[in-house]
Design a binder for this molecule. Structure first.
Ligand code: SF4
Length: 62
C-alpha cells in the first residue's frame, strides 16, 4: 500500500498541494502543510499534488 508523507520541516507553505487536492491537504496558521487524515488514500490527485510541490516536502512510499 502507498503511504503519503509530508515533511513539515521542508514545506515552504506555497499551498500548491491544497489547491490541487483540498480534501487531503490543508495548511496550519503558518501555512505549513497538514494532512486531513493520518493515512489518506494515494490517488491520482494526491500524486499530482506531490509532483507539483515546489519544495519537495511531499513524497509517496510505495
Ligand atoms: S505544495 Fe509543498 S511547499 Fe506548498 S504547502 Fe504543499 S507541501 Fe508545502
Amino acid at each position: 500500500m502507498s503511504t503519503l508523507k509530508a515533511n513539515r520541516d521542508v514545506c515552504i507553505g506555497a499551498g500548491v498541494c491544497v489547491m490541487t487536492d483540498h480534501a487531503v491537504f490543508d495548511q496550519d496558521e503558518d501555512g505549513i502543510v497538514t494532512l486531513s487524515s493520518a493515512d489518506p488514500t494515494v490517488d491520482d490527485a494526491v500524486r499530482g499534488a506531490v509532483a507539483s510541490c515546489p519544495s519537495g516536502a511531499l513524497s509517496i512510499e510505495e
